[in-house]
Ligand binder design. Structure first.
Ligand SMILES: Nc1nc2c(c(=O)[nH]1)N[C@@H](CN(C=O)c1ccc(C(=O)N[C@@H](CCC(=O)O)C(=O)O)cc1)CN2
Length: 287
């Protein structure tokens, strides 16, 4: 039997509607429109598309949006000065620096991201928000793993007591996903490049999350029959050809549910950003 396909657009639409209602409720209660500022440095074509989508999504949902375009040659100090100004700007509740950064400032990424006030860190990358996720306190959570969790819940896929395996230990996906699933009482294992006999571990997973950044890395023999497979990979293998970290065609014959690429969890990233902007505004207005 072939797997249930978890279409990103269906879940993203539900999350957007939710964020729109919450934005309207904040406007009604406080007379304030939630506001997002996105900083993009340089001219990475994919980043430009993602930033445009974030701006359009804000406009559609009643969220104020500013896009700050800075040249490729921007220095760390210039970028930090911009962040400081947005930190102090009352109409901006969420700040995001689009990644990747150009080479000359990429080495300072942590210092740059840590300059964003934790209350405005709608990417959930600041160490304060990372700590809150680890300890289970309310905070802002990275958009892609947050979207994966909310999708599993909305799809009615059980998490409590299930065995979850994550391939990839990045700060943006793997590690936050670990804490989100743990918070829902899954038994979670993280695998990475040093893991021995990876297929033996992935075959134990009721929920398998692939965030490894290698095209079609997960094959059917690595998947337990009936498992839910979430593909977080976005690998461009030709100018117009995107594939995930999962070999979709073979794995869909074994899995119980699977996300496609494109059209899967990538679409949840921007939707969950809208949710984070509204949550950030709510937290700041309640304080
Ligand atoms: N500051 C951040 N930078 C980056 C993040 C992030 O969450 N915060 N994530 C990615 C880029 N990204 C959003 O910023 C993003 C990636 C992918 C998608 C998406 O809709 N993917 C589609 C395919 C789109 C395509 O054709 O390229 C899909 O998977 O179906 C949205 C947003 C890195 N940078």
């Amino acid at each position: 039997m072939t797997a249930r396909i978890l279409e990103g657009k269906v879940f993203a639409q539900a999350f957007r509607e939710d964020a729109q209602k919450k934005a309207a409720a904040l406007q009604e209660k406080y007379g304030v429109q939630p506001g997002l500022a996105v900083i993009i440095v340089g001219s990475n074509p994919a980043s430009q598309v993602y930033v445009r989508n974030k701006h359009k999504s804000c406009e559609a949902l009643g969220i104020y949006s500013e896009v700050i375009e800075m040249p490729e040659t921007t220095t760390k100090d210039e970028l930090i000065a911009k962040i400081d100004a947005l930190n102090a700007d009352a109409k901006i509740h969420g700040i995001l620096v689009q990644l990747p950064l150009p080479e000359q400032i990429a080495a300072h990424e942590s210092e740059i991201l840590e300059r964003i006030r934790p209350e405005k860190d709608v990417d959930g990358f600041h160490p304060v928000n990372v700590g809150r996720l680890v300890t289970g306190e309310p905070g802002l959570v990275p958009c892609t793993p947050f979207g994966c969790l909310r999708m599993l819940e909305l799809a009615g896929i059980p998490i409590d007591g299930q065995r979850a395996v994550i391939i990839g230990r990045s700060n943006i996906v793997g590690k936050p996903m670990l804490h989100l699933l743990l918070g829902k009482n899954a038994t979670v294992t993280i695998c990475h490049s040093h893991t021995k006999d990876l297929p033996a571990i992935t075959r134990e997973a009721d929920i398998l999350v692939a965030a490894v950044g290698r095209p079609k890395f997960v094959t059917a023999d690595m998947v337990k029959p009936g498992a839910t497979v979430i593909d977080v990979g976005i690998n461009r293998i030709a100018p117009k050809k995107l594939v995930g970290d999962v070999d979709f065609e073979s794995v869909k014959e074994v899995a119980g549910a699977i996300t496609p690429v494109p059209g899967g969890v990538g679409l949840l990233t921007v939707a969950m950003l809208m949710e984070n902007v509204v949550r950030a505004a709510e937290m700041q207005l309640q304080a």
